[in-house]
Design a protein around this ligand. Structure first.
Ligand code: AMP
Length: 117
């Protein structure tokens, strides 16, 4: 599989289709999930053309660090950091990945169960 330049998140990053953007830096974009699985459900994406964690290269370490720090800052801005939140990165078929542009789910606003189904 190769990276799809016309994929949904590539289009959102290029601002070709709308999204409710909550955070943006040079390397990272975050927007509300269109089909939320929790009261707060934000997707945090690197602007890199990377399909999944399995597609990462060593040179992406800096941007991936920025992604995690973005999650920290967004959780604080949305006021969910103290009660808590879950970060999820689905990778390939068994994890249920549907969109093949690497993304972190930030889920919050309700109690979550463990382990995930
Ligand atoms: P995953 O299963 O980890 O690949 O998650 C993909 C997520 O993208 C799902 O939670 C979808 O609801 C979400 N999604 C798909 N299309 C859009 C869109 N246009 N805007 C925002 N979120 C989307």
């Amino acid at each position: 599989m190769t990276y799809d330049e016309n994929g949904i998140f590539a289009k959102i990053i290029r601002k070709e289709i709308p999204a409710k953007i909550v955070y943006e830096t040079e390397n990272v974009l975050a927007f509300e999930d269109v089909n939320p699985k929790a009261p707060v459900h934000v997707l945090i994406v690197p602007k890199l053309r990377v399909m999944s964690v399995d597609d990462l290269a060593d040179e992406h370490a800096q941007v991936m660090g920025e992604l995690l720090l973005a999650a920290r800052d967004i959780a604080r801005e949305l006021g969910v950091n103290e009660h808590g939140y879950r970060l999820v990165i689905n990778t390939n078929a068994n994890a249920g990945q549907e969109v093949f542009h690497l993304h972190v789910h930030l889920l919050a606003g309700r109690k979550m169960t463990w382990p995930p189904g």
